[in-house]
Design a protein around this ligand. Structure first.
Ligand code: GRG
Length: 289
């Protein structure tokens, strides 16, 4: 994991505009948001899916940077005063605190654009049709029927009790869509998989995407701000519905573990080829930050 994290850090450092290129302040803010922190869960998933499909690592590296740029953009925008209004991210001041709101907004916009530029200008798949499909997958995952839509539902649900199915719907979009895309894109960098195999991978990705959020909710109420590098206890303070508010801590932990077991089962047809994806399901559920 640490080798891939270092590889992604170096690749992002190379692929993002240099800090001395005009407009310097915007490029510095983009680099601030994307470099020097984070678990890199989405790139790790892309590499593990690429591994399963015996993909060329130089192709997966581009996909990993693209999904991480989208993730970094979503965090910058989520932290803005008009959304979650937070001052701490990855143990540092949030982008709008370090720079200013307008620069943070533009840095998020520009990181999103970089992601699509990367997918469009590098040869990533065996044929053009698959590469176009990759662009479509990422766009769908980011938009109003994916991550941005999930965020809209999240913002609208503050202070309202949600049923478990409504909570799942929100998180499958807000957090799950990009996680699912990370697996789908990593796999498409390699040998062509059958529809059935892609379906099994997608089932795995949906399950770990949901597990990721359930654990995020547990950590928000159990871990400290110092461990998380972001403000802990925000969900309860903001009266947000979470897996913990609906199921309690023990219930949420039990749900995360069921999802982990089911995610591993979804990989059973792949045998040893899926060992990295299986290990990541464990990491996502058993992590402490
Ligand atoms: C603004 C369009 C738009 C979307 C924002 C993903 C998201 C939607 C907001 C992030 C808010 C949040 C804390 C969501 C919970 C799950 C999550 C994405 C946590 C942060 O991701 P990690 O733990 O972060 O992968 P690191 O820092 O490790 O990269």
């Amino acid at each position: 994991m640490s080798a891939i994290q270092a590889r992604v850090e170096a690749a992002l450092g190379r692929l993002l505009p240099a800090p001395d290129i005009v407009p310097q302040r915007l490029h510095q803010a983009m680099r601030y948001a994307a470099l020097g922190g984070g678990k890199r869960v989405r790139p790790l998933l892309a590499f593990a899916a690429g591994d399963l499909a015996t993909a060329d690592a130089s192709r997966v590296e581009i996909v990993a940077c693209a999904v991480e740029c989208i993730h970094a953009y979503s965090l910058v925008h989520d932290d803005l005063p008009c959304m979650d209004d937070d001052v701490l991210r990855r143990g540092r001041p949030t982008c709008h605190v370090e720079y200013d709101e307008a620069t943070a907004l533009l840095a998020g916009d520009s990181l999103q654009a970089v992601a699509f530029q990367l997918l469009a200008e590098h040869r990533l798949a065996g044929d053009a049709e698959t590469q176009l499909e990759m662009l479509r997958i990422l766009a769908a995952a980011c938009g109003s029927r994916g991550m941005a839509g999930g965020q809209a539902i999240d913002l609208a649900s503050v202070g309202k009790p949600l049923a478990l199915t409504e909570l799942e719907h929100m998180h499958i979009h807000k957090t799950g869509a990009l996680i699912r895309a990370s697996v789908a894109l990593g796999a498409r960098c390699g040998a062509t998989l059958s529809i059935d195999e892609l379906g099994q991978l997608d089932r795995y990705a949906k399950l770990v995407g949901l597990a990721f959020q359930v654990v995020d909710d547990v950590l928000d109420c159990e871990a400290s701000t110092a461990t998380l590098g972001k403000t802990a206890g925000k969900d309860a303070a903001a009266n947000k519905p979470t897996y913990v508010s609906v199921l309690g801590v023990a219930g949420a932990r039990a749900m995360a573990d069921e999802l982990r077991v089911d995610a591993r089962k979804a990989l059973s047809g792949f045998g040893a080829k899926a060992k990295r994806l299986a290990a990541l399901a464990d990491f996502i559920v058993l992590r402490k930050f």
